[in-house]
Design a protein around this ligand. Structure first.
Ligand code: NI
Length: 165
């Protein structure tokens, strides 16, 4: 869990930039790439990633998150631009509406008490989980990927190094 707002702010800023870089590479044609036939698509996962930040308003944060269902079909450009807007707003809300002490307060979600500092950690983990799902589907859809926590296949090649399996 986070115990200091600024620790979250630093990590969120880096993680949001990684996520935005991935979302920026989505194309409208790629959004229909399915996990397996009949299951979630790349577009649904990307939109869920953006939409799910709304969850933070149930912790008492006031910011301009998306509400309503996740099923609306949207363009790749809108997914990326809404992510940038909402992730910035969320960070601003945490910085201006919470203090370090707020991180030790708990909120009951689905009958379970969550410390706010743990919820912030969860939001980062949840995002990286779906970002990882997306990168596999993006490969399958033939898209390029940015470096995330390490080099991509193409980056290895550019450096003249044999890519790992
Ligand atoms: Ni999820």
């Amino acid at each position: 869990m986070f115990t200091r707002i600024e620790d979250f702010a630093l990590e969120w800023t880096d993680e949001a930039e990684l996520t935005a870089r991935v979302l920026d590479l989505l194309t409208d044609a790629s959004l229909g790439q399915e996990v397996i036939e009949g299951r979630r698509t790349l577009g649904q996962i990307a939109w869920h990633l953006v939409h799910s930040l709304h969850y933070m308003s149930s912790l008492g944060l006031v910011f301009d998150a998306l509400s309503g269902g996740e099923e609306a079909s949207v363009s790749a450009a809108l997914i990326a631009s809404e992510y940038r807007r909402i992730s910035n707003d969320l960070l601003h809300a945490v910085r201006t509406q919470w203090k370090d002490g707020t991180l030790f307060e708990s909120v009951v979600i689905n009958k379970e008490a969550w410390l706010n500092g743990s919820s912030l950690r969860y939001s980062i983990m949840h995002q990286s989980h779906h970002r990882g799902q997306m990168t596999v589907l993006m490969r399958q859809a033939g898209l390029q990927l940015p470096n995330i926590y390490g080099p991509t296949y193409e980056t290895w090649i550019e450096k003249g190094i044999t890519p790992l399996a």
